[in-house]
Design a protein around this ligand. Structure first.
Ligand SMILES: Nc1ncnc2c1ncn2[C@@H]1O[C@H](COP(=O)(O)OP(=O)(O)OP(=O)(O)O)[C@@H](O)[C@H]1O
Length: 262
């Protein structure tokens, strides 16, 4: 947990959320809260329902049942207020490919009504070590550089909640550490972070609490340390331990099973 006092009112509230695609239920009545000063991880095997949940929270997909609120604003009845309080990390391909990164940042700062001067934009790019790339287009950046730009843009309006869908996949250890630091800084300012990841190392390193989701249902919510502690004698977990010591990955596989998902 951060050293700053945690505000105990939730920034994000997800209440009995259901997502259906036709007859198929991808998310089954999940409920959780994410508080200010907290990094909350949503972990689950492929197809478990993580992206569907995130899409509903972002307001991109209409839930079949349940309620979602951000800073007290219901995403269904007050979508603009709810979305003004969230920052969503976009994929590099979502950005305007013909613009330079300076132009993209200027565009998003106007969309979010932040009005950064050119000097302030360059300052922010210098802060993420991209001074040399200010006139490059997004496709001309490496994966790690693209992720840094994307994180900068998602937090340009200083949102209360940040939503990150597998933000460090494919990054080298240096870039991953850098992003972890930025995410922790955001948390330490009292903001809330919801992150999905397949990396148990990442979940253990930065998440204060995690929910494990499987077949659309949440099957466990706790801190990484408590999840390990509570499963030290779970036979399903002990069966998959590889190095004599129970890890978060052992707990994850013990709880969700060894079968590869389609
Ligand atoms: N647009 C869609 N139409 C129909 N089914 C969908 C659609 N999007 C997702 N699904 C199904 O919903 C289930 C949950 O998918 P989702 O993408 O939310 O899982 P996920 O946990 O994010 O998986 P991954 O880790 O592979 O990204 C899967 O069975 C998937 O096939």
């Amino acid at each position: 947990m951060s050293n700053l006092p945690t505000r105990r009112e939730p920034i994000l509230e997800v209440d009995h959320l259901n997502v259906r695609y036709g007859n198929f239920t991808a998310v089954r009545s999940i409920s959780f809260e994410v508080f200010g000063g907290e990094i909350f991880g949503l972990l689950g095997p492929n197809g478990a329902g993580k992206t569907s949940s995130l899409s509903a929270i972002e307001g991109l997909l209409k839930p079949s049942a349940g309620a979602i609120s951000v800073c007290g604003f219901d995403i269904a009845s007050k979508p603009l207020h709810a979305r003004a309080n969230m920052g969503v990390q976009l994929q590099a391909t979502s950005f305007q490919q013909e613009l330079t990164i300076t132009e993209i940042i200027r565009l998003y700062s106007r969309i979010y009504d932040v009005n950064l001067t050119d000097a302030e934009i360059h300052e922010r790019l210098a802060a993420i070590n991209l001074t040399d790339s200010i006139n490059k287009k997004i496709a001309q950046l490496s994966g790690g550089q693209q992720q840094r730009v994307s994180l900068l843009i998602s937090t340009i309006h200083d949102p209360q909640l940040m939503l990150l869908d597998e933000p460090t996949t494919g990054l080298d250890p240096q870039s991953r550490r850098y992003l972890w630091d930025r995410i922790e800084q955001f948390r330490d300012k009292g903001h809330a972070v919801l992150i999905t990841t397949h990396s148990m190392e990442e979940a253990e390193a930065i998440c204060d609490r995690i929910a494990i989701i499987d077949h659309g249902s949440i099957i466990a919510i706790d801190s990484p340390a408590a999840l390990i502690e509570n499963n030290l004698t779970n036979p399903a977990v002990l069966e998959v331990v590889r190095k004599g010591k129970v890890t978060l990955e052992d707990v994850f596989i013990g709880l969700t099973g060894t079968a590869i998902r389609s």
